[in-house]
Design a protein around this ligand. Structure first.
Ligand code: NAP
Length: 431
């Protein structure tokens, strides 16, 4: 795969940006044409509800349209040195062969969020998808070939000996870039490995998002937003609301209404169009969620709905609301990655912010208040790469997606996403 990517690299880098852009645009068109087929495949492979899979395909395709538009915006800089002696010319060049490693929870979108900017920048790549979801990666690659992406530019490499295969690629001197999305734990391992050859690394890692509801919030809007922030993908999302902090004066009402909404969700096979919440990805994921809930209950949490596995075959866990969760429960520190909404109560703004920031993660934070000045002031103090202010969703190909603290390094989407695959070259020159 590295041989193929390296052989195709000079030709792709030399392909005019307009031509690269038109191929990327065609990728968007073909993904849109085949949206339903891809959504069904994702749902069958990963288990997520078909409506979530349809949303994912639309989101995944948009990265091609966005980066088709960015591919032709290859700007540089020209400046005068402070001494006045020479000019400073800065040009951006493709970084080279890129290794893209993706998780199973958004098997199409996490791949296109990397492939599209890599191609726009003029890089060739190897995609190593998650073991749970190889088929979606192959389906996307086939569409890219149909769209006119030349052989060798995008290579999909599946393996059941992940560590060995990835290490072999990171040891290859032709690989110049690592773009990883997955857990913080694996991200740390890969950063250590990348250090051996000082490989440029972008990391989209885990999250533990707080969701703050202030006493002046529009509660209907907050509930709608929370249902998206919590239940998109059945809770298997890095952006999932994990710690829901509600002001004491509205906490009881909010909890009851949330439990009504969560218990009304239809749990069932992902590919069934009526399903709101599909199964989790595998048996281990269900056990992990069950352990977190049981630990919270043992420490005093009350189960308002759910709190147990689904009946019958399949890896189901019922949509769950927990109130009165203690701060020492494991569920406050660890990513849940399932349909469980733990509620905490706060009294003051300072307390809410301190508790929201009390985590090693910093991907996204949600807050609901009708007071826009308070919302913007608190947005500045929340330690997260992304803030959802009176919104339940932040993902947008046109926006810089990424985290601070141990949630990651670098940004995907926006113009930033393309620069992750480029290096600045400075040319000192005299006219
Ligand atoms: P994961 O276990 O970290 O796996 C992610 C990828 O890394 C998979 O392709 C996996 O391959 C590979 N991998 C695992 N161990 C490796 C090793 N030792 N060396 C090289 N590669 C290795 O994560 P996941 O369970 O698939 O996904 C869930 C995690 O992803 C959550 O923590 C979630 O928050 C995070 N996530 C973050 C974002 C973001 O944008 N920040 C987006 C989505 C998900 P195998 O499948 O073959 O093990």
């Amino acid at each position: 795969a590295v041989d193929a990517a390296a052989a195709a690299a000079p030709g792709w880098a030399a392909t005019p940006p307009r031509q690269r852009a038109e191929i990327l645009r065609r990728c968007w068109e073909l993904m849109t044409r085949d949206a339903e087929r891809l959504a069904r495949l994702i749902s069958l492979e990963n288990g997520k509800a078909l409506k979530d899979a349809r949303g994912e395909v639309a989101y995944a395709a948009e990265f091609f349209r966005w980066f088709a538009e960015e591919a032709v915006r290859g700007t540089g800089d020209l400046g005068l040195a402070p001494s006045g002696a020479n000019r400073i010319l800065v040009q951006y060049q493709p970084i080279g062969v890129s290794l893209l490693i993706t998780p199973w929870n958004f098997p199409a979108a996490m791949a296109t969020r990397k492939i599209a900017p890599a191609l726009a920048a003029g890089c060739t790549c190897i995609l190593k998808p998650a073991t749970e979801t190889p088929l979606t990666a192959y389906a996307v690659a086939r569409l890219l070939a149909e769209a006119g992406v030349p052989a060798g530019v995008v290579n999909v490499l599946t393996t059941s000996t992940t560590g060995r295969v990835v290490n072999a690629m990171l040891d290859d001197p032709r690989v110049r870039k690592l773009s990883f999305t997955g857990s913080t734990e694996v991200g740390r391992v890969l950063l250590r490995k990348a250090a051996d050859r000082v490989i440029h690394s972008s990391m989209e890692l885990g999250g533990n998002a707080p969701f703050l509801v202030f006493e002046d919030a529009d509660l209907d809007a907050a509930l709608d937003g929370l249902m998206v922030a919590k239940m998109r993908n059945g809770g298997e999302a890095c952006t999932a609301a994990n710690r829901i902090y509600v002001h004491r004066s509205i906490a009881e009402d909010f909890a009851a209404r949330l439990a009504d909404r969560m218990s009304a969700l239809r749990v069932g096979p992902g590919a069934d169009a009526a399903t709101d919440c599909g199964p989790l990805v595998n048996a281990g994921a269900v056990s992990k969620v069950a352990e977190l809930v049981d630990d919270a209950v043992a420490r005093g949490a009350r189960v308002l709905c759910g709190g147990k596995r689904g009946v019958g075959p399949g890896h189901f866990y019922l949509p769950t609301v927990l109130s009165g969760v203690s701060d020492d429960a494991a569920i406050r520190r660890e990513e849940i990655f399932g349909p469980v909404a733990p509620l905490y109560v706060f009294d003051t703004e300072d307390e809410a912010i301190a508790r929201a920031n009390d985590t090693e993660y910093g991907l996204v934070a949600y807050l609901y208040t009708r007071d826009l000045s308070r919302g913007l002031r608190l947005s500045e103090t929340l330690e997260a790469g992304m803030i959802a202010l009176n919104r339940g969703l932040v993902s947008d190909p046109a926006a810089p997606f990424g985290g601070v603290k141990q949630s990651g390094l670098g940004r995907e989407g926006a113009h930033h996403g393309m620069l992750e695959f480029m290096e600045a070259k400075y040319i000192a020159t005299d006219w």
